[in-house]
Structure formats: C-alpha cells, structure tokens
Design a protein. Sequence first.
Length: 434
Amino acid sequence: MTTTQLTFPGAAVGLALMYLSLRTWWKGGRHPKDLLPFAGMFLLGSLSTMCAGGVLGWLAGCSAVGVNQGGAKAVGVTTGTQSGALAHGSLGALTPDGAVIVFLCSVAAGAAWKAAGKLDKRKMIAGGVCGATLTLTAGVAGALVWLPGVVNTLGASLRTALGGGRHPVTPPRRIWRRFVEAVAGAVLRLHGGSVVLAQRLLDWACSWCRSSYRHDLTGVRAALGPLARFGLLLCLGWLAARTVRTAPAVLWLISVVWGGAAAWIVTRNPAREDGGGDEPAPHAQPSKADVDDSLAVAPEAFAALVRELAGGGAGAHLAALAERLTGDSKDTDKVRALCRTLGVPWKESVRQPGRKVTVSTGVRVKDLPASILNPFPIPPNASDVAVVSAGQVRATGPATTTATPIVEEQAQGAVQIIRDGQHRTHSTARLRSS
C-alpha cells in the first residue's frame, strides 16, 4: 500500500494530465472506445496504490514522488510560491484473491500496450499516472471506495468457481448487487458533499457582497458596493458559461474538481453527508475525553460571551470563542467539548460581523438553550459590587435590606458572573487586554 502523501502541486500535475487526455478525446470524435486506454490504466493505477509491494506498488510510489517533485518545481517556477500536502486517502489493502484479479488486469494491460499505437500509449501512461497519484487524495479515494470490494469479491468468486463451487451462477449476482450498492453509496456521498459545497459557495458569495455595504451612507449610495460585487459575480458566471460552450472539454475538468472536493468534504466529516450542520445529539452525554478537555465556564457566562461576540449578528464563531476563552483561535476542540457539556449546538455558515471571514462554523444566538439565558439586567449600583475569585464564598454579615452582589471571574477574566442577594445572576463578557 502506497503511503506517500500527495502535495497540492502534485495533484495539479495529475489534473493537468487528465485535462489534456480528455481534451484530445473530445476533439477527436468523442467515441467511448477511445476512452478505454485512459480509463483502464486509471483503474489499474488506482489498484496499484493498494499493492503492498511488487512492481505495481513500486511504480505507484515512484509516480507519487515524481509528480510531487515535478509539481513543486513547475508551480515554483511559474508563480514563485509553494503549497502544502493534501489529506491522504487510501483504498485499503488487497486480499490474496483480489491480488490475482489485479495480476490478470496487469497482463491484459501489458497485451494492450504491446498492440497500442503511439497516441494510445500516451493515453495509457497519462491514465496510469493519474490513477496512481490522484487516488492518494482523500476525495478521489472516497469516490472510488467501491473498487476494492468489487476486486476482492471478484477474486473470491473466481476462486470458488475454479474450486468446483455448487452454484457458479450465484457469485456474479452477488457481485453485481454489491457493485450497485457501492455505486449508489458513492452517488449519495457525492450528492451530500455537493450540497454542502454549494451551500458554502453561496454563503461566501452572499457574505462577500454584504460586506461592502456602507453603513455610513444612506439610500442607493450605501448599496452600490453590494450591487457592484453582485454584478461582478454575474459577469464571471457569464464568462464561465461562455468558456464552457467554446471549449466543452473544460467541463470535464470542472466536474472532476467539483466531485473531488465534494467527496473530500464527506470523507473529512461523514456526519455532514446530508448537508446538515454538525451538532450534538439532543440527549447525548459528553464522553470522558470531552469532559477532560472542556473549559470551566458557567452556562450563563458562555451565553453572555456568545451574545457579546455576535454583536447583533447571527452568532459567534468557534474560533472567536476559542480566542477569548483560551487565547488561541485554533483551539476549537475545547469549545466544541464545552458546547457538548452545556448542550449547545453549533452550526456551519454562522455569520459574525466584524471578522475577516464573516461566515464560519459557530454558535447561533437563537440556538442557545433557554435554561442558560439570563433575563435579569446588570445591577445599577456598580459601586456595591464585590469581586471574588471563582469558588470563593463571600463573608456574610448582619442582614441588611440591600445585599451586595458578588462577581465571579471565569476563563481567566474573560467572563464575569454577577450574583445578587436574591439568587439572581447576570453574565457579562470582557475584552482581553492585548
């Protein structure tokens, strides 16, 4: 099994080879049989990534290393910048029976290579390199998740048939049923990923247009920015449609990139397959790991922090909450653990004004449970407020008509909880000093 991690420039080399091959096929008559050299070697290249060793495993590893080095050099010479690695994908491992099927496919590919012409040999090389490299990405591996099962099952069926099985007709039916189920599952995953991807693009476009609204102006002048950006998006869409009509081969490249991105989204988080947000179950209990990693913040304090960061918007991003509570905007796992503990759901595409990226995963104000929302106002007399540390008990004196409120600081002073003598609480959030 190939363990080399593909880089983004290396994947770009594979996509470029695929585009050139499909462009030649599109301009050459578009006969389905002309796709066999490329498609057959693509599948064989994908199967070679499952080989633990041997010639095919060695070729797959060399292909990945070669496109990584070539892509880094090509992108560096062209743009002067470099890019990192992609999420690694794998089809799994071959069974001994499935290895026999791969061997037979290799024999057939060798015979086809010997009889092929110069142009077909180029297509076969391009298909093998694309299959051996692009399958190492999580998106393409997720789209081809049905391939290992088909090959391994076909090998087991061939072994049974050669061994004198009683029902030689039954295994092909079972293979066909599993193949249909695998293809249907792949289609559903691509559909779910496409829904999420389209929603993200739509949210980004809306956020980009709305961010140019001038609040310091009124009337039509305030909306000139969103109108101009919306018109620019329409012009880009028109140019894209005209390009596809002029060069239809571009549509194949767009389809491959879109399908890979959709499959990568579903592979990264299978819970978002239906296009829904990522939120805890209504009655789910937090795990021990969540409890250990969670922050010690009271529910009413967390609700106050969300409302303050929202600033009149839909909610607060997890990154903003993590920055206020832990000091690190990337430490969102602790915020998720805190949300699970408090029973607060989080959603994708939450809008928070005032941030560079206004739409991201976060907690919406309207999703805060009613049990942690506090309707009581801040005590008007701030001079009578006594500040104590979290967990400290205020010394009580003789009974008076007016009780002095207590302020508890949590999350290193990021939030405050004010408790008055009538057991009412009010939470406020304070900005960190930079």
